[in-house]
Design a protein around this ligand. Structure first.
Ligand code: ZN
Length: 315
């Protein structure tokens, strides 16, 4: 039985992490490589969770079947802000998950800490052994209020071909971003493709850098979507959703005919983890996504995207 390829562990992990902060993603990949070089197979089970995802798992064991898996409501987990991941070990061939907190498990945590993570296994009140996070000193309250940590990579990425172990069958990894490109969320890729369409990056001084379509929604994607909003709303394009932007909001509801506004709404929802077709048609799927999003943000739940919903989408 041959050992699971490093690239396989990385690919699965990137898929499971979803739209985490770029530094979290790169640091996690580095942790997987370093562990692999020490004969430890590690894989990521979870990373970014939308508020809707968090609500769903919070409800598990409370209002829906299953065991309780989290005590954090939507907005109270660092996973909701893309700055936390959970890991586990795999069997030699990568086919089975291993959740035993053994010496190898602790070694992965140590590697993670070298890379700047803090580890849930070090917590005193409630130990969360799979959990690693980088909050840059921010609390979830600060992140709920819209702040994001200014994280920096404190290492030089190891090349896959330089990992010292049996690499049989591994593809050579080129530049990190190009190999990562196919692995992001297709729905976020669709949102980014929308943002790059129709000359939006330069049109009417919308003037954002053409987005890398990588399927990972971060501050650049958010900023581009705000600027398109401001372009549509005919207000000053500064990438900040302030009072003027709010006053100029186009309120969208089921059946609305403003197809480009609807595409922007669908793209903005996808950037928050929803999975809509960006087709410009405000039907049931879009309405349900708006309802779910409004519920997750504790704003008026009516399925109509008005000033407050837009405001939350651009946080
Ligand atoms: Zn976690």
């Amino acid at each position: 039985m041959s050992r699971v390829r490093l690239q396989t562990l990385i690919d699965r992990s990137v898929r499971n992490m979803g739209a985490v902060h770029n530094v979290i993603r790169e640091s996690t990949i580095e942790m997987i490589k370093r562990a692999y070089g020490e004969e430890i197979n590690v894989q990521i089970s979870s990373g970014f969770r939308s508020y809707a995802d968090q609500t769903r798992i919070y409800n598990q064991g409370r209002t829906s079947p299953g065991n309780i898996v989290t005590n954090a409501k939507a907005g109270y987990s660092n996973h909701n802000f893309g700055v936390a991941i959970d890991y586990f070990l795999t069997s030699h061939d990568g086919s089975e998950a291993i959740w035993t907190v053994n010496a190898q498990w602790r070694r992965v945590a140590a590697i993670g800490k070298q890379l700047g993570f803090s580890w849930g296994g070090d917590w005193t009140s409630f130990k969360d052994f799979p959990h690693l996070q980088m909050t840059g000193g921010l609390s979830t309250a600060q992140m709920r209020a819209g702040q994001r940590p200014n994280l920096k990579m404190n290492f030089t990425p190891t090349k896959v071909e330089d990992v010292n172990t049996e690499i049989g069958g591994n593809r050579v990894m080129g530049d990190e971003p190009s190999i990562l490109t196919p692995n992001g969320s297709v729905h976020i890729r669709a949102a980014q493709t929308f943002a790059n369409s129709r000359d939006y990056p330069t049109r009417a001084k919308a003037n954002f850098k053409t987005l890398v379509v990588d399927g990972f929604a971060g501050p650049l994607t958010n900023n581009a979507l705000i600027r398109i909003y401001q372009y549509f709303a005919n207000v000053t394009i500064d990438g900040k959703y302030g009072p003027r932007s709010k006053r100029a909001a186009n309120t969208l509801r089921r059946g609305t005919a403003s197809q480009w506004w609807v595409r922007l709404l669908q793209s903005s929802l996808n950037a928050k983890g929803y999975k809509l077709s960006i087709d410009g048609s405000f039907g049931t799927a879009t309405e349900n996504a708006v309802i779910s999003f409004q519920r997750s943000r504790n704003i008026n739940v009516d399925g109509v995207a008005g000033p407050n919903t837009w405001g939350q989408l651009f946080r």
